[in-house]
Write a protein that binds this ligand. Structure first.
Ligand SMILES: NC(=O)c1ccc[n+]([C@@H]2O[C@H](COP(=O)([O-])OP(=O)(O)OC[C@H]3O[C@@H](n4cnc5c(N)ncnc54)[C@H](OP(=O)(O)O)[C@@H]3O)[C@@H](O)[C@H]2O)c1
Length: 274
């Protein structure tokens, strides 16, 4: 009998990771598999998922690629059903799929905000709803990817920051709601972690990460910490020292960070005006 709050033994468990085709999701999937979990790999780019599944199987693990767009009603249900049919009921769900819409509010349309929320926020809701009965039955854990950007706003980042702020509060609400049912909810709030999220341009091509390398946590290191937080059913994990500093400053003096982040753009604006 597993008690509420007890550690989750991953060996022989079944996991589903959304956004498993790159970055944090792919690294978490590898890490879960290395702990003996069978892993459902969900995302839109099936070729990438097939390559990752092959890699996990070659290392002796179990993995299944499944095409899934979390912004579409029904896709997470279908992905969960495919993985359940293959491996059994899910004990671990990592609602990780996400991306960033950036731009000033007068450059963006309402649809830009909607597509941001449809993946980052409603994608999490769809994923949780599609897997909740399994998690209740297995007394499992859902990890939800927020961001330290959910703690403070930043100029030209309103869609992303507001979507992640909503994710943070949703994860807290679900933590209180699902804990009495034996389901752990872990909010993961990363600072800068190695992935494709900042490298992908509007045309889909990858460029260099604009963040200096010394500030970026390797994705394998992030994955080890995320999986440890899942095993321990921690309510929240803030990744990176700068991420923890940002979240702390946001609580202490909410507008300071926003003013600092606004400095480059106001300098740019005054140069244009002058
Ligand atoms: N890396 C960071 O510094 C950082 C910091 C804070 C928060 N995060 C959060 O961490 C999560 C993972 O991002 P990442 O940094 O690893 O970026 P990434 O390398 O760009 O990976 C994003 C993943 O999400 C998937 N995805 C995007 N839209 C999707 C959709 N509609 N349906 C299904 N899958 C979708 C992508 O796969 P397909 O394109 O194949 O569908 C990809 O596998 C995101 O929620 C992000 O906001 C990252």
């Amino acid at each position: 009998m597993r008690h509420r709050g007890s550690r989750l033994d991953l060996s022989g468990r079944v996991a589903l990771v959304t956004g498993a085709s790159s970055g944090i999701g792919a690294a978490v999937a590898r890490e879960l598999a290395s702990h003996g979990a069978a892993v459902g790999l969900a995302a839109r780019r099936l070729d990438r998922l097939e390559a990752l599944a092959g890699e996990i199987r070659a290392a002796g693990g179990r993995a299944m690629p499944v095409a899934c767009d979390v912004s579409r009603d029904g896709d997470p249900e279908r992905a969960a059903a495919t993985v359940r049919d293959a491996f059994g009921p899910l004990s671990v769900v990592v609602a990780n799929a996400g991306f960033g819409v950036s731009g000033r509010v007068d450059e963006l349309s309402v649809q830009d905000f909607q597509r941001q929320y449809d993946t980052n926020l409603f994608g999490v809701v769809r994923t949780v709803r599609a897997t909740l009965e399994d998690l209740k039955a297995t007394r499992g854990v859902v990890a939800i990817l927020g961001s330290v950007a959910g703690y403070f706003g930043a100029p030209a980042q309103a869609p992303y920051c507001s979507s992640k702020a909503a994710v943070r509060i949703m994860a807290q609400s679900l933590w209180g709601e699902l804990r009495p049912l034996g389901v752990g909810v872990v909010l993961i709030s990363p600072g800068y972690v190695e992935s494709e999220i900042r490298r992908r341009g509007p045309d889909g091509r990858l460029a260099e990460d604009p963040v200096p390398p010394w500030l970026i946590m390797p994705s394998e290191q992030a994955a080890r910490k995320i999986v440890r937080a899942i095993v321990r059913r921690r309510p929240e994990l803030i990744l990176t020292a700068h991420g923890r500093l940002g979240a702390w400053l946001a609580r202490l003096c909410p507008t300071l960070l926003v003013r600092l982040l606004a400095l480059p753009s106001s300098r740019r604006a005054s140069r244009v005006q002058g």
